[in-house]
Unconditional design. Structure first.
Length: 458
């Protein structure tokens, strides 16, 4: 009989049991469930709620069960529904009535809320480390090609020359904000719900702060109903993962485009590409494409959990059993992508000559000409109009912007001087943007060194 079955006179319908079980996926919480139960048992003895000898038996046997599960020798049973009941049933089977004391002063509602917080706390630490690895690989690639010039894009059209490393460092900044969001979330997760009971707390003299200290929580949740009924921390996790996957997907799209024959800016290592089942010549950037595709899967987990929670009244509802699968799936997806993505970035080789050739179109320096006019005192809108007219004149006469004479330039830009003819150099163009946040080599080299120092802990 189920541990909660005293009220019932009929056996649970087999289909209901199948529908109700969560052990098929929540068994991954076993170590955290045992940690929570161990701390809870110690507190119960400390407060005189259960005998010390019973608590000692509980703690010792929980340690044995942990070893048994670690070794793969534990049989998880669907009839016990979830990880909590599987472990507690095994405990009672081993030590009898002493094991039946462990659930004093708690409910599965506050127990599962504790387990998932403990689990996510550990998983966040892993994810944060993986994000830092991706950042480091990206910085190392930028350092390797620290002076390579490429065309920057707006609207997927060549816009202005930039350093390739500057483009990469934009993503490093994004990933760092992703890391920061997860670290901030860790603090909100690290609050203890245990002791809230089913929703109203407990008449037993629990010491929640002692349990929090035992489990490494920073504080206890102050409202018992809030402790068991909200999953905003899980929604925030999926939101943060969705933003992270959006950033990874955007860099993947850049990588896919750079590798295309139309761009031919980069080559990826063979270990991070696949071939075609039909076309022998193909070398496809499938890892980048899968990253781009799996972002939608993570978004789906976020929408699933938001939809699950949006109509639930206080307090706990069984709907909330559905909170774990989307979170577990998103976690597994994000960790796999992060673990693969960094080494893929490290495998990139670039064609510096091809990049520079694409960035050398003099039209990409038209803005420099407009800004030269601004320095001469011409209002920007006037300068913009005159340079636009100059570009139009060049197109009409089938001339490149750097293949005209000064007299020809002055037909549309009367303020032009001979030095304007020297503005159409991509190296000069990037070097001129020597300000904080700019793409000049001085600035980019400084940023590379700054990130390297951060990774080295300096």
């Amino acid at each position: 009989m189920a541990l909660w079955g005293g009220r019932f006179s009929e056996k649970t319908n087999d289909l209901v049991a199948k529908l109700s079980e969560s052990i098929s996926y929540d068994q991954r919480l076993y170590a955290h469930d045992i940690a929570g139960s161990t701390a809870h048992a110690k507190m119960l003895a400390k407060q005189g709620i259960i005998p010390q000898e019973d608590a000692d038996q509980i703690v010792a046997e929980l340690a044995n069960i942990l070893k048994e599960i670690d070794a793969g020798d534990f049989e998880f049973k669907e009839e016990y529904e979830d990880i909590h009941m599987n472990i507690e049933s095994r405990l009672i089977e081993r030590i009898g009535d002493a094991g039946g004391r462990v659930h004093s002063g708690r409910s599965r509602n506050d127990q599962v809320a504790t387990d998932i917080r403990l689990y996510l706390r550990d998983e966040l630490d892993s994810c944060i480390g993986l994000i830092k690895n991706v950042m480091q690989y990206t910085v190392e690639l930028g350092r390797k090609y620290q002076d390579a010039i490429m065309p920057g894009f707006t609207h997927l059209q060549h816009a202005q020359p930039v350093l390739f490393a500057h483009h990469l460092l934009a993503y490093v900044e994004m990933f760092d904000r992703d890391r920061e969001r997860l670290e901030q979330l860790r603090g909100r997760i690290n609050r203890l719900p245990l002791g809230a009971g089913a929703l109203a707390g407990c008449t037993l003299p629990l010491d929640r702060h002692y349990v929090a200290e035992q489990l490494g929580f920073d504080s206890v949740i102050q409202n018992s109903m809030d402790a068991v009924s909200d999953r905003d921390f899980m929604i925030e996790l999926l939101s943060n993962f969705s933003i992270l996957m959006m950033h990874l997907s955007r860099l993947s799209e850049d990588i896919i485009f750079w590798k295309s024959q139309e761009a031919s800016f980069i080559e990826l290592g063979d270990a991070f590409c696949t071939g075609s089942s039909l076309m022998p010549q193909k070398k496809n950037p499938d890892i980048a494409e899968l990253t781009r595709g799996k972002s939608g899967r993570v978004y789906g987990s976020l929408v699933s959990l938001l939809t699950l929670m949006k109509g639930l009244p206080l307090c706990y509802n069984r709907d909330m059993q559905e909170d774990k699968e989307p979170v577990f799936d998103a976690l597994d997806t994000v960790k796999m992508i992060l673990a693969t993505f960094g080494p893929m970035v490290a495998s990139i080789e670039i064609d510096e000559a091809r990049m520079l050739e694409a960035a050398s179109d003099p039209a990409l320096m038209a803005t420099d000409l407009a800004e030269w006019l601004v320095k001469e005192g011409v209002p920007f809108r006037t300068a913009h109009h005159r340079v636009g007219a100059f570009v139009g004149w060049c197109n009409e006469h089938n001339n490149a912007l750097d293949a005209v004479s000064l007299d020809q330039m002055q037909e549309t830009i009367p303020e032009a001087k001979a030095e304007c003819l020297d503005l159409f150099d991509p190296k000069r163009c990037v070097a001129a943007r020597d300000f904080v946040g700019g793409t000049a080599p001085n600035q980019v080299h400084y940023q590379l060194a700054r990130w390297e120092a951060i990774f080295q802990g300096n």
